[in-house]
Design a protein around this ligand. Structure first.
Ligand code: ATP
Length: 384
């Protein structure tokens, strides 16, 4: 299968400017500016009700925006009906025609456009989704994953500039979902067109997308590459929605231009300035975050062996669970109760059991800083 479009061709860019949707007094999507470049695999990620499907439907033309403009390349498509947009959508329900075989399901779009010789194109498309052998089966004779691949082939056969995917893997079991995530990624790389994928599953978004927009209450909270979002979350929502984070309330003691020294409990913590999204004047409050897998646990008796220069806090193990690849500890500390630590199961220290006094320590480079006032503000706005 050859690439259908050129990655540098901007005619497949999706550009939303000030796009918004209200239902009566309720705002489902607050004014949103967003550019999805041609050829990218973009994910809209968020919990149920955050506005991601509404955003997708406004791009498809299935929902009329209350304000703003949808551009495809340079073309303003805001007023165009769905069938006139060079966009196609794959939904969670495959919506295949049950009485038609797989070949005819995929050929449908071409036949509707009056094309007579469809064989080559349909066969190419079935090859792309690796269903060449199944062409003469009916949908009910295929697995859920195979049916979803037919739906993708059917959506791609008209060569849309953009493919929208609305929780397309939602009906599949976990193992099949994982396989299909890789499969969809391969298909997208092969055809090179823009994919915009809506999901509430953070692992799915991170596995597949080049860029993820995390949505919360009708707004994009943060947008970036998966690793960037995970390593440098800028809000507590993002820090908690993508994986797990531990938080310590701290106060700025001093800043050097490169590092911020913070007071927390009786001790000090170091945070790289570049990883702090809070205003960091002396005396200011910062919410210090660290991921559970970045932390090492050392029994308090061995505290002297911890290398210099690491952030450290003390605590007592409250709980531990062995889950095969790792052991997950919950540690109570004067600066944070329920501190989570994931330790790989290599050379486990048998003394690390509930009740043990421990030191938690980590490389300061793995620390991030958030605006402690932010959540309080969000709470006020929510309540207003
Ligand atoms: P889910 O994953 O559950 O589909 P979502 O993030 O895609 O969630 P949307 O479907 O975009 O969320 O809905 C956003 C908000 O807008 C929700 O609170 C929803 O109840 C509301 N909403 C959606 N459609 C309508 C409608 N036609 N009338 C009124 N409210 C609506």
């Amino acid at each position: 299968m050859t690439t259908m479009t050129n990655k540098t061709d901007p005619s497949g860019d999706v550009r939303l400017t000030g796009i918004a949707k209200t239902y009566g007094a309720f705002t489902a999507v607050h004014p949103l500016d967003l550019t999805v470049p041609q050829g990218s695999f973009f994910a809209l990620l968020g919990a149920s009700g955050c506005g991601k499907t509404t955003t997708l439907r406004m791009i498809a033309g299935l929902e009329e925006p209350s304000a703003g403009t949808v551009f495809l390349g340079d073309q303003d498509v805001t007023a165009l009906p769905p069938y006139k947009r060079p966009v196609n959508t794959v939904f969670q329900s495959y919506a295949l025609f049950p009485h038609l075989d797989i070949f005819e399901n995929v050929a449908f779009g071409l036949r509707r456009r009056g094309l007579k010789s469809v064989k080559k194109q349909v066969e190419e498309m079935l090859e792309l989704v690796q269903l060449g052998e199944q062409a003469r089966k009916k949908p009910h004779q295929l697995s859920g994953g195979q049916q979803q691949r037919v739906a993708v082939a059917r959506a791609l056969i008209n060569h849309p500039k953009v493919l929208l995917l609305d929780e397309p893997l939602g009906a599949l079991d976990l193992k099949l979902r994982r396989q299909m995530q890789l499969e969809l990624k391969r298909i997208q790389t092969e055809v090179g067109i823009t994919f915009i994928h809506v999901t509430h599953d953070q692992e799915e978004a991170m596995t597949m997308a080049d860029t993820v927009a995390v949505m919360n209450a009708g707004r994009v909270e943060q947008l970036g590459a998966p690793t960037d979002l995970y390593e440098n979350p800028r809000t507590t929502f993002v820090a908690n929605f993508l994986g797990t984070s531990n938080f310590i309330e701290a106060e700025v003691d001093s800043t050097s231009g490169e590092e911020i020294v913070l007071k927390a409990g009786g001790g000090k913590l170091v945070l790289p300035e570049a990883r702090c999204s809070a205003p960091a004047g002396t005396g200011g409050k910062v919410l210090v975050g660290v991921r559970p897998e970045k932390i090492s646990l050392t029994h308090a008796d061995d505290a002297g062996e911890i290398p210099e220069g690491r952030n450290r806090i003390t605590g007592r193990i409250a709980d531990s669970s062995f889950i095969g690849v790792s052991t997950q500890y919950v540690v109570d500390s004067p600066v944070c109760s329920d501190f989570e630590v994931y330790a790989q199961n290599i050379d486990r220290d048998p003394r690390l059991v509930p009740g043990a006094e421990v030191v938690l320590h980590w490389n300061p480079a793995h620390t991030f800083g958030l605006d402690a006032a932010q959540d309080a503000d969000a709470g006020v706005e929510e309540a207003a």
